[in-house]
Design a protein around this ligand. Structure first.
Ligand SMILES: [Zn+2]
Length: 115
């Protein structure tokens, strides 16, 4: 009996070839240099209080007859000063606008200064 032993030759399969799939991402970063993060508090400009006057004084309805009050929010030409300058909140700015327009209608405030 021929007992043949299949001696398998050990296949020399060097299965240790790992290809580097990950790209080389180690490039020079173009991250800009940050400007020195200091406390940028240049208090040269005096900012107005960014608090709504009407909210602080709890004025709900803006009296359109109060010319003095309204005039604080009307520029010399008769223009309504934008909210970003006065600091009035949106709600009160709307009411203020209405009040100013009403005041204009009854000639308490000028529409615009004529040239
Ligand atoms: Zn307000």
């Amino acid at each position: 009996m021929a007992d043949e032993t299949h001696a398998k030759a050990p296949e020399s399969g060097a299965s240790g070839s790992q290809q580097a799939a990950s790209g080389p991402g180690a490039g020079p970063r173009a991250g800009g240099p940050r400007p020195g993060g200091g406390p940028g508090g240049r208090g040269k400009f005096f900012r107005r209080k960014k608090v709504c006057k009407f909210c602080t004084e709890k004025i709900d309805a803006i009296p359109y007859r109060d010319v003095r009050l309204l005039q604080q929010f009307v520029a010399e030409r008769g223009k309504i000063v934008p909210r970003r300058l006065t600091g009035v909140c949106t709600t009160h700015q709307r009411r203020l606008t209405r009040a100013i327009k009403q005041a204009r209608n009854i000639a308490l405030l000028p529409f615009a200064t004529r040239h």
